[in-house]
Design a binder for this molecule. Structure first.
Ligand SMILES: C[S@@+](CC[C@H](N)C(=O)[O-])C[C@H]1O[C@@H](n2cnc3c(N)ncnc32)[C@H](O)[C@@H]1O
Length: 211
């Protein structure tokens, strides 16, 4: 594990109240949406702005995925990984899917520089070794490719890291910025409120391009 998990973050930051295997928690299918329609549309708009939709996008990897990947238009090719096989198999945009517990093994079984984009929607808070995952993301991104994390203000609290639960929205943006700043090979992160409007879930985004 990258030792900066211990040196850059307070003790206990990556612990969780439920330390049992994530495989057990995600064994049951959840065909639900974790953010509302406005926030889903805001994720999709950002993906389009970043060039991750449509036939010219290049291949895209959606980490911590489920039955929905929020692309308003199918990318050239979409590879998805997550925890629940039934949900991933039902993802209508996915060309390829696999179950991968990134807290057990943060390695990504893909060639260097394969992807034009890597996405992680409303899930970065569940990763207990985020710097190791981010290093792998940087490895599989092609130069100029983008890693984009989006999140709102909801989560499964027993499975989110304590550092996430202890922060407010601004602090969470800063946490994700810090993950990306600490990742070799990524440019300076950009962050934005992509709030779709009053009465909808808030939507925050942090992204960085591969140098
Ligand atoms: C709140 S859901 C979000 C799913 C999807 N990205 C979306 O936007 O609807 C959290 C997802 O994180 C993923 N996840 C949680 N723990 C994980 C782990 N240890 N390794 C890989 N993925 C994990 C699961 O696949 C789960 O579907």
């Amino acid at each position: 594990m990258d030792p900066r998990h211990q040196t850059e973050f307070p003790r206990g930051f990556f612990s969780r109240s439920d330390e049992s295997d994530d495989a057990g928690f995600y064994e049951f299918d959840r065909f639900v949406t974790h953010i509302d329609d406005g926030a889903i549309a805001a994720v999709g708009e950002l993906y389009t702005e970043l060039g991750l939709t449509g036939p010219a996008s290049g291949p895209v990897l959606d980490l911590c995925s489920s039955w929905i990947s929020h692309f308003p238009e199918r990318p050239e090719r979409l590879v998805v990984t997550g925890m629940n096989a039934n949900e991933l198999a039902a993802n209508p945009m996915a060309d390829e899917w696999s179950v991968r517990d990134l807290n057990v093994d943060p390695g990504l079984p893909f060639d260097d520089g394969l992807f034009a984009g890597v996405t992680c929607a409303v899930s970065i808070d569940y990763l207990t070794r985020p710097l190791d995952v981010c290093a792998e993301v940087a490895r599989v991104l092609r130069p100029g490719g983008v890693f984009v994390c989006t999140f709102s203000n909801r989560c499964f609290p027993t499975k989110a890291i304590r550092g996430w639960l202890a922060n407010d929205d601004a602090g969470r943006v800063r946490i994700v910025e810090r993950y990306l700043e600490l990742t070799d090979g990524l440019d300076e992160p950009v962050s934005a409120h992509r709030n779709p409007g009053a009465g909808t879930d808030p939507l925050f985004a942090v992204w960085a391009r591969r140098l």
